[in-house]
Design a protein around this ligand. Structure first.
Ligand SMILES: [Zn+2]
Length: 444
């Protein structure tokens, strides 16, 4: 009896100890296996590859969730040099539906009913969804399903941040089909589905916050860095307007930008902001030729060095200026690509140059090989640069797949995990790191 009791006691005590210790040893991802689920204390940043634009899922340390963009740019809707990549994993569903599937699978157990936040960096199809003639109507009949509206159809969104709410009149009122559809979506969702919408305010660090257990993770913050040409000054919540009076910037430079810090780890995302006014792709006009409009220089100094940076504007040649890179000094760069022009050769020379910033760096790209890419690159950049690009991209840490940055509890280290994007719920392809978080941008 006593022996049995002692045995049972040891058994129960061991089980209790094991249960207590489990969260300290998060499951390490294994090549060929599915990505282990997010665990409490981890920070996940999933760059989801649909081949049609930008979409990222953030799972914050206490389980608060945010979708950043839900692009659906369709190849046949655009001129050549845009949306070249095929849809991933395939075209049997719309990109927004694939994003929703990915998101639902990865959301923390018990939190799969809704997304806490969604944020649109700016109002372009590859970040919110093209409106096509064949797009189905929402059940309400008041808007069509594409990109962000497709995601919301599958997973309700509680709070949405964008750069235009409520008037959508900067830099000028927009009557384009994407915005008409988006505003009809907002109207229905706010009136019938409990959606709250807010305009993202540069300078603030209290607009995207931990909602479940903020006191447990005091060293976590998201600082709004820029939007609509206003950039944080670094003092309090003060901002400065980059666009001179009377100018009309292009949409990309109105992009929202933020810096996330979690302990010693930091991450920057600046949407499609530009930084190289004179960049030209094969004779096409630059996306914004004015020096006053480029935002990278305006945000670099207040952002400071970071561990991981999402490359601006898909690494189109008008981005990643030397000053910006030399200040951010990212150890890891994640490039969300879908066009043959991405990345540009001059841009990649800057990204790789130790004259721009010293030290090692790993580059992860979402899309590389598709039929016709090479020929199109030759058209844009010529044979010599295309061969050089192919060689360098071959040396990237990864050039195809979903890219998941997973910061360990406590944020001292992080890994980058590449996940197969050719099928739904694909396996882990490679695991990189652990990298040491550098604690370079510790201020909130
Ligand atoms: Zn874009």
């Amino acid at each position: 009896m006593t022996k049995t009791f002692a045995k049972n006691f040891i058994g129960v005590a061991t089980l209790a100890l094991a249960t207590f210790l489990t969260p300290l040893r998060a499951a390490v991802p294994v090549v060929g296996q599915p990505l282990p689920a997010w665990e409490r204390g981890q920070l996940d940043i999933h760059q989801i590859n649909t081949g049609t634009g930008n979409a990222a899922l953030l799972i914050l340390p206490d389980g608060t969730t945010m979708l950043l963009d839900a692009g659906a740019g369709y190849r046949e809707d655009k001129v050549k040099s845009h949306y070249d990549a095929p849809q991933r994993p395939n075209a049997t569903l719309r990109p927004g539906q694939w994003i929703a599937r990915y998101v639902r699978r990865m959301l923390p157990e018990g939190e799969r009913g809704a997304l806490d936040y969604a944020m649109l960096t700016h109002f372009h199809a590859d970040h919110m969804g093209e409106v096509r003639k064949e797009a189905p109507k929402s059940p309400s009949g008041t808007y069509v399903l594409t990109g962000i509206t497709d995601v919301a159809q599958e997973i309700p969104i509680r709070r949405l941040l964008d750069r235009g709410w409520p008037n959508y009149d900067f830099p000028a009122p927009s009557g384009g089909p994407i915005m008409v559809n988006y505003r009809a979506f907002l109207k229905w969702q706010t009136e019938h589905n409990g959606l709250k919408v807010e305009r993202f305010e540069p300078g603030r660090a209290d607009q995207i916050v931990l909602l479940r257990a903020p006191k447990e993770f005091p060293h976590f913050a998201i600082r709004n860095i820029a939007g609509n040409g206003y950039a944080w000054t670094g003092a309090g919540t003060a901002t400065r307007n980059r666009f001179p009076e009377g100018t009309i910037p292009v949409e990309n430079n109105c992009s929202l930008a933020f810096r996330l810090s979690y302990g010693a780890f930091s991450y920057f995302n600046g949407g499609d902001m530009a930084g190289v006014p004179d960049a030209v792709v094969a004779g096409a006009p630059p996306s914004n030729s004015a020096a006053w409009a480029e935002m990278e220089s305006a945000v670099a100094w207040v952002t400071g060095p970071v561990d991981v940076q999402a490359a601006n504007h898909h690494s189109t040649p008008d981005t990643a200026n030397a000053f910006f890179l030399s200040v951010l000094q990212p150890r890891v760069q994640v490039i969300s690509t879908y066009a043959a022009s991405q990345p540009g050769p001059d841009l990649l020379r800057r990204m790789l140059s130790d004259r721009v910033y010293p030290g090692p760096r790993d580059i992860f790209m979402t899309n590389w090989i598709w039929p016709g890419r090479r020929e199109h690159m030759v058209e844009l950049y010529g044979e010599t640069d295309t061969a050089w690009l192919a060689e360098r991209i071959g040396q990237f840490a990864s050039s195809q797949g979903h890219v998941v940055v997973r910061v360990e509890p406590g944020a001292a280290t992080y890994r980058v995990i590449v996940v197969d994007d050719s099928k739904d719920n694909g396996a882990v392809l490679s695991v990189h790191g652990p990298y040491q978080s550098r604690g370079l941008a510790a201020r909130p």
